[in-house]
Design a protein around this ligand. Structure first.
Ligand code: ATP
Length: 237
């Protein structure tokens, strides 16, 4: 498999506080990479660094192109869609209006409308609630909408920040099943940040463990799943 995203020697800062130290990480074309670690390890910061939303240096290469100096909008236009923690939907707009927001960024309106149908097929609950204000959706439905909005950008890579956060186990299962379908059917690669390590390891093929802004272990998720010492030390189970 070829690398879709390569992060080389990336550090990041919030003012004087350094949050990442010389991070190296790869997401393969069509692959799912999980970023695991305790609170404050730098997982969210890594996602922010990729789309240039935090002060950082180092090199980011997307499909062979250096995007280190690109603005957030350019990186998104090149196929990197973010599903932020806290979901980031427009609460005053309806489900349909939230999805339609992406239309003006797409070259083909017909393709975008087909993608909207695909989102409704993946999440029938969103189709039922097309006309409902996003702010009145359940937490699970808002997460579905956030994933749907990212899909409307026709991404090659989705950055997912804690998609299971605050949701009931059954809804989490449903969302992860759809994420797996998006990966296999639409060939969208994913970089996923999760507190629920067991869940993330099921979806991901590759895993990176972060501790205080540094990668402390990485490899195929099978290896991490089967390494009890590593799991106990860094994942708490
Ligand atoms: P969590 O699972 O709690 O979200 P995380 O691994 O995503 O943790 P980050 O949010 O990336 O961790 O935070 C990494 C470090 O950067 C932490 O020490 C955090 O306090 C600090 N940090 C994050 N955001 C800011 C900010 N806006 N201003 C200052 N420091 C920040």
């Amino acid at each position: 498999m070829a690398a879709l995203l390569e992060i080389r020697g990336v550090s990041a800062w919030y003012g004087m506080i350094r949050a990442l130290y010389d991070l190296n990480l790869t997401v393969e074309e069509g692959g799912v990479t999980a970023l695991l670690g305790a609170n404050g390890a730098g997982k969210t910061t890594t996602l922010r660094a990729i789309i240039n939303m935090v002060r950082r240096n180092g090199t980011m290469v997307l499909s062979g192109d250096d995007i280190s100096k690109c603005a957030t909008e350019t990186i998104v236009r090149r196929g990197v869609a973010q599903v932020p923690e806290g979901r980031g939907t427009f609460v005053g707009l309806t489900v349909e209006e939230n999805l339609r927001l992406a239309l003006h960024t797409r070259r083909s309106r017909a393709a975008a409308l087909r993608d909207m149908e695909m989102v409704y097929d993946l999440f029938p609950r969103l189709r039922e609630r097309q006309k409902q204000q996003a702010g009145t959706l359940s937490g699970g439905e808002q997460q579905m909408l956030a994933v749907g909005r990212a899909l409307m950008l026709s991404p090659r890579l989705m950055l997912l920040d804690e998609p299971s956060f605050g949701l009931a186990p059954l809804v989490v299962r449903e969302i992860f099943q759809v994420l797996a379908r998006i990966n296999t059917e639409q060939k969208v690669a994913m970089l996923i940040v999760e507190q629920n390590a067991a869940l993330a390891l099921e979806l991901a093929d590759t895993v990176y463990l972060l501790e205080t802004g540094r990668v402390v272990a990485s490899g195929p998720s099978d290896l991490v799943r089967n390494d009890e010492a590593l799991r106990k030390a860094y994942l708490g189970y």
